[in-house]
Design a protein around this ligand. Structure first.
Ligand SMILES: CC(=O)N[C@H]1[C@@H](OP(=O)(O)OP(=O)(O)OC[C@H]2O[C@@H](n3ccc(=O)[nH]c3=O)[C@H](O)[C@@H]2O)O[C@H](CO)[C@@H](O)[C@@H]1O
Ligand SMILES: C=C(OP(=O)(O)O)C(=O)O
Length: 431
């Protein structure tokens, strides 16, 4: 298994191109199952999760063709892919494939909507809590699906087709909203989603579905209305920039000090995180092609944050912000309200000298004057990158093991960072 080695203490200076968002690219790829025609997606990131989903979709019958790079895109990013699901050849999404990532479970919705049946293994994904699927299944049942759980698989049927309905989510769920959007687009009649997720990736999917002939109004708000149509056609869509990647690098620059332009990053997707980084002591401004993050000289101030659904502070940046706070001049409280077990990075940050105490759903971080390099282990995607941020500021060498977690969601991380002056290298594993 590959490792990442970092020698800390270098300021970051330069430009980091922000890739297409993993959490938008995945549902967009899945939407290709809704039509016989070709869906073209631009600005696709090159990530392990994308490759894994490509395998799953190919198994269902999707022809996946990589076309090339977006005009003007940096050399290794922004690919264009064509996905064509002329026929669905297999309605099963097997355990071996789905257990690796959460989003793959969402294929259930387009398969049900298009051909009335699906058999999908219960999902995997980052180990950050129990991550039930009750609300996802509730949404499909409201639309008329019959659902059974058999030997670890969700077996769903809607032989007469799905029918529009009112769906009230008792808790905001990104995956539930994605699935409901896809299924309701091909259901008979009108569907209304209440307490829907408002994340930018929801808006991105809705825009793509509308470009394919769906009739969705209100995406980005808590109530979304979908008028079902009898079929969708092909379409074209550019994946929105990754706000979590952008927020992560903003926090890295705040940690090391320096001056970096995050090209392609959008402030409107990231306001709560930008506010927190500013309060911590970095300057963040909109530049011609993205966001500029600067911290010179001044120390870091402690800042309390509380994760919550968009537009609040994202849970996917909680670990990274905690890493930043390990060097603040004082005590901060970081509260996680979305996932009950998303503090796996705490014990690894402690290896680098961080002083963090857990109190229920909060972490109390007492800033340390110095972090020291050590061997650490990546436990999940965002936890791993929090170790990278800490390693960039730690004295001496930090080695991060189990880098495959990072590869799920960060494209060319070591190249992007070393291009800005960090001493970061990937060491290929022998196994
Ligand atoms: C691929 C992808 O886009 N993943 C993101 C997505 O995950 P994902 O879509 O899995 O997260 P959800 O928004 O569904 O989960 C939010 C909360 O609802 C709970 N819940 C969810 C479904 C359900 O049926 N029952 C239930 O109780 C979850 O346990 C969690 O406590 O949104 C999360 C919250 O922003 C992000 O951290 C993930 O990066
Ligand atoms: C939790 C994440 O991903 P997933 O939902 O795929 O586990 C994430 O992207 O931070």
């Amino acid at each position: 298994m590959d490792k990442i080695k970092i020698v800390g203490g270098h300021k970051l200076k330069g430009t980091i191109p922000i890739s297409g968002a993993k959490n938008a690219a995945l549902p967009l790829m899945i939407a290709s199952l809704l039509t016989r025609e070709t869906l073209t997606l631009e600005n696709m990131p090159l990530l392990a999760d994308v490759t894994q989903l490509e395998r799953i979709l190919t198994n269902h019958g999707v022809d996946y063709a990589i076309a090339g790079k977006r005009a003007g895109a940096s050399p290794d990013t922004g690919r264009t892919v064509h996905l064509t699901a002329r026929e669905i050849v297999d309605t099963t999404a097997p355990y071996e494939m789905v257990s690796r990532m959460r989003a793959s479970f969402w294929v259930l919705a387009p398969l049900l909507a298009r051909i009335g049946e699906a058999r999908v293994s219960l999902p995997g994904g980052c180990a950050i809590g129990t991550r039930p699927v009750d609300l996802l299944l509730m949404a499909m049942e409201k639309l008329g699906a019959e659902i059974a759980i058999e030997n670890g698989y969700v077996v769903a049927q809607a032989k007469k087709g799905l029918v529009g309905a009112e769906i009230n989510f008792e808790k905001v769920t990104v995956g539930g909203t994605h699935m409901a959007l896809m299924a309701a687009s091909l259901a008979k009649g009108t569907t209304v989603l209440r307490n829907a997720a408002r994340e930018p990736e929801i808006v991105d999917l809705a825009e793509c579905l509308n470009a394919m002939g769906a009739r969705i109004k209100g995406a980005g708000q808590s109530t979304i209305e979908i008028q079902g149509v009898s079929s969708l056609h092909g379409g074209w869509h550019a994946v929105l920039p990754d706000r979590i990647e952008a927020g992560t690098y903003a926090m890295a620059v705040a940690m090391t000090g320096g001056d970096v332009v995050l090209s392609g990053a959008r402030a409107d997707l990231l306001q709560a995180a930008i506010d927190a980084v500013r309060l911590a002591g970095a300057e963040v401004s909109e530049s011609e092609d993205g966001l500029r993050v600067v911290r010179n000289g001044s120390g870091l101030a402690p800042v309390d944050v509380r994760t919550a659904p968009f537009p609040e502070f994202p849970t996917d940046l909680q670990a990274q912000f905690m890493a930043l706070m390990t060097r603040a001049n004082g005590v901060s409280r970081i509260t996680e309200t979305i996932f009950e077990n998303r503090f796996m990075h705490v014990q690894e940050l402690a290896r680098l000298g961080a002083r963090i105490r857990l109190e229920g759903d909060s972490a109390i971080v007492t800033g340390a004057e110095e972090l020291q390099g050590a061997q650490v282990m990546a436990t999940d995607l965002r936890a791993s990158v929090s170790l990278v941020i800490a390693g960039l500021a730690a004295k001496g060498e930090t080695t991060i093991n189990r880098v495959y977690h990072l590869d799920r969601g960060f494209e060319r991380l070591e190249k992007k960072l070393s291009g800005c002056g960090a001493e970061v290298e990937r060491v290929a594993g022998r196994d």
